[in-house]
Design a protein around this ligand. Structure first.
Ligand code: IPE
Ligand code: IPE
Ligand code: MG
Length: 237
């Protein structure tokens, strides 16, 4: 069963360049694609989508591109809100969202608040997100809040992550063809199945999502154990 899909929405810039457009126009096309993929995910019975929209490293980009992305974010949160309400979608964010400009943050907070009781698809958008930053933020929270110095378990550590109740992704999709994680969900992806497609994010649609899920369905997840039939696990008793 596949419940949670994480996506590195990459390739907006290359998509735009290939069409003689500006990178920001690529980001606009990419932002529009989110609702297309969210609708497809809902139709396919997916419970959660975690979408990498802006990394802690993306602040290094030229200022006009960062500004364009931040204003797109505000428009996304404002314009998509009625549709999210209609479709019973809950919006949440992960990342150092305090770094975002106030106007984007306000629009996001409004959408998060109004959608918080929706129990259809959950969309977690990763903004100013870094996997290392999340782990370091968790450690700092522990130093500040934890009373005991008893050894920590993985289960307890999870409580200090940005969204403790977020199940680990079953599948991580990266568009745009690069074979790397780029600091996404370092803790949570430990046993996710990986799927990379050359398709740029603004072109990634329902059929591409279906293909990724089909690939996932063909995988055998072992979580470090053995498959009783194939690996002879039953023979050695
Ligand atoms: C992904 O597209 C969106 C963000 C990182 C904000 P890119 O902007 O990285 O597109 P490419 O990889 O340059 O094509
Ligand atoms: C990863 O894409 C981040 C997002 C899609 C938001 P990047 O384009 O930033 O990744 P690198 O730099 O190619 O690793
Ligand atoms: Mg990129």
């Amino acid at each position: 069963m596949i419940e949670h899909i994480a996506i590195i929405m990459d390739g907006n810039g290359r998509w735009a360049t290939a069409r003689g457009l500006s990178r920001s126009e690529g980001h606009l096309a990419g932002a529009k694609q989110i609702s297309v993929v969210a609708d497809a995910a809902r139709a396919m019975g997916i419970k959660s989508l975690t979408l990498y929209a802006f990394s802690t490293e993306n602040w290094k980009r030229p200022e006009p591109e960062v500004t364009a992305l931040m204003s797109l974010l505000k428009e996304f949160a404002t314009n998509e809100l009625p549709q999210m309400m209609k479709n019973n979608v809950r919006l949440r964010t992960i990342g150092r969202t305090g770094d975002l400009p106030l106007a984007s943050r306000m629009a996001l907070l409004k959408a998060i608040d109004l959608t918080k009781n929706n129990d259809g698809l959950t969309i977690n958008i990763a903004l100013s997100y870094g996997g290392r930053a999340e782990i370091v933020d968790a450690v700092n929270k522990i130093l500040k809040e934890r009373k005991s110095d008893a050894p920590m378990t993985e289960e307890e550590f999870r409580n200090y992550l940005y969204l403790p109740d977020m199940p680990d992704p079953d599948l991580m999709i990266r568009t745009g063809g690069n074979l790397r994680i780029s600091n996404f969900l370092l803790w949570q992806l430990s046993y996710a199945e990986l799927y990379v497609t050359e398709t740029y994010w603004p072109d990634f649609g329902a059929d591409d999502l279906r293909r990724a899920i089909e690939a996932f369905d063909g995988r055998e997840r072992r979580f470090g154990g053995l498959n009783e039939q194939k690996d002879g696990g039953a023979v050695d008793k």
